[in-house]
Design a protein around this ligand. Structure first.
Ligand SMILES: [Cu+2]
Length: 150
């Protein structure tokens, strides 16, 4: 089971393991709220290399705590107690990002006109980038195809 990560403005890491995504994307400096709703302890351990690495024991029925990362980084996160719990915190220098939903769809609403490098990242299949130009009020469909390795 993955570590459940979810969040919007105030991101929340919730360790009850019931959903499909285990990727949390935030901006640099954005607060990530980490809470334990399970009746047992976790040791939350983001494996940062560019940012500071830390781990923290979180007992049941204890208050949530918050953390923000200063630098952009793709940070694997695990629980030191439960080896099946893992996910990623993706810290980005841009506010234009999305985590794909079921079916792999994403949207980037309110992207101002301009030229962009659009990068798709998958934890197993790596990254693909494409230059796009957005003019005016248009909307574009961009498809990325990742090949599963045999
Ligand atoms: Cu755990």
């Amino acid at each position: 089971m993955p570590l459940l990560l979810q969040g919007t403005q105030q991101a929340l890491i919730n360790k009850i393991v019931t959903t499909t995504t285990h990727i949390l994307a935030v901006r640099t400096g954005q607060e990530i709220k980490i809470s334990n709703r399970d009746p047992f302890a976790h040791n939350i351990h983001p494996l940062a290399k560019v940012n500071r690495e830390w781990n923290k024991m979180q007992l049941p029925n204890t208050p949530s705590f918050s953390y923000a990362y200063d630098k952009a980084e793709f940070i694997p996160i695990k629980c030191n107690i439960h080896p099946w719990m893992h996910g990623y915190i993706v810290v980005l220098n841009t506010s234009h990002f999305a985590v794909t939903g079921e079916g792999g769809n994403f949207s980037l609403p309110d992207l101002p006109p301009g030229r962009y490098v659009l990068t798709a990242w998958h934890e197993t299949f790596g990254t693909q980038s494409r230059e796009i130009t957005i003019a005016g009020d248009e909307s574009q469909t961009i498809d990325f195809v990742f090949q599963a390795k045999p």
